[in-house]
Every structure is written in C-alpha cells, then in structure tokens.
Write a protein that binds this ligand. Structure first.
Ligand code: DQA
Length: 145
C-alpha cells in the first residue's frame, strides 16, 4: 500500500518558523521518521512539500496512493482548488495541523478540507502526523483483512 504525505506552503521552514506554534522539529526529520514508521508497517510513503498550489494539485492528480495525509498549511483556509483536486481523485484523507488552529486567529478556524476528511488532527505538533499514519495503517489493515 502507498500513502501520499502532502505538506503545503512554509512548512519547509519547520524548526525555525514560529517554534511556539510549530515546534522545533524540521520537516526533513518529520518525513524521515514517518517514512521509517510506514516502512515498518509495510507501507510506502511518498512525500511532497510545495509552496505552489498547482504543484500540490498535480501531485494529488498523479499519485496512485491508497490514502493521503495532508497539512495544506495556509491553503487550508483558502484553497477550493486543492479541495477539488482531492475530491476529484476520490482518495480518502486525514487532515493534520501542527498547531491548534481553533485557538488562533478566526481566519484559521475554517478549513476547506475538514468536512470531507476521514478525520482531523490539530494542536498535537509533529506527533499529529504519527497519529494520522497509525490510523491509516489500521484502516488499510481492516480493508485487506
Ligand atoms: C498549519 C496551520 C495554518 O493555519 C498555517 O497557515 C500553517 C500551518 C499548522 O500545521 O498548524 O501554515 O496548517
């Protein structure tokens, strides 16, 4: 099985970007850890981080993944286009945010993804990706059982 991990704009700065909100772990560390964890569960992890909306859309169109874990970052609150891409390929997804978006500015309270996600994890930092992957593993195992 394959999982596509999608990270949106500015997440390439993780580790040095507003660590109070986003923690001290770099994106490279997060992806390395998650790739390892996926491998242990027999899952291939594909990753894209981009600051460009169309690149995220193309990655979603072109993947053959069974599941998507996505942190759309600022596009969470703006992108009908990425929402449409993910609905267009009919791949189930979990939405992750490092920070608790509901405890922040009102413009972060609305997501163009949450009503279509299997589940949403926010406020648990980098561990959120790990919890999302755990849930994906459970779901994929249940499907193949
Ligand atoms: C974020 C929350 C968004 O509001 C913000 O624009 C981000 C990161 C998070 O992971 O907490 O870039 O998605």
């Amino acid at each position: 099985a394959k999982v596509l991990l999608v990270n949106g704009p500015n997440l390439n700065l993780l580790g040095r970007r507003e660590p109070g909100h986003y923690g001290v772990k770099s994106l490279a560390q997060i992806v390395t850890d998650l790739t390892e964890e996926a491998k242990d569960a027999g899952i291939e992890l594909e990753h894209i981080q981009s600051n460009a909306e169309h690149e995220l859309i193309d990655a979603i169109h072109n993947t053959d993944a069974d599941f998507i874990i996505i942190n759309p970052a600022a596009f969470t609150h703006t992108s009908v286009a990425i929402r449409d891409a993910i609905l267009g390929v009919s791949i189930p997804f979990i939405e992750v945010h490092l920070s608790n978006v509901h405890a922040r500015e009102p413009f972060r309270h609305h997501s163009y993804f949450s009503d279509k996600a299997i589940g949403v994890i926010c406020g648990l930092g980098a561990e959120g990706y790990h919890f999302a992957l755990q849930s994906v593993v459970t779901r994929l195992n249940a499907k193949s059982a």
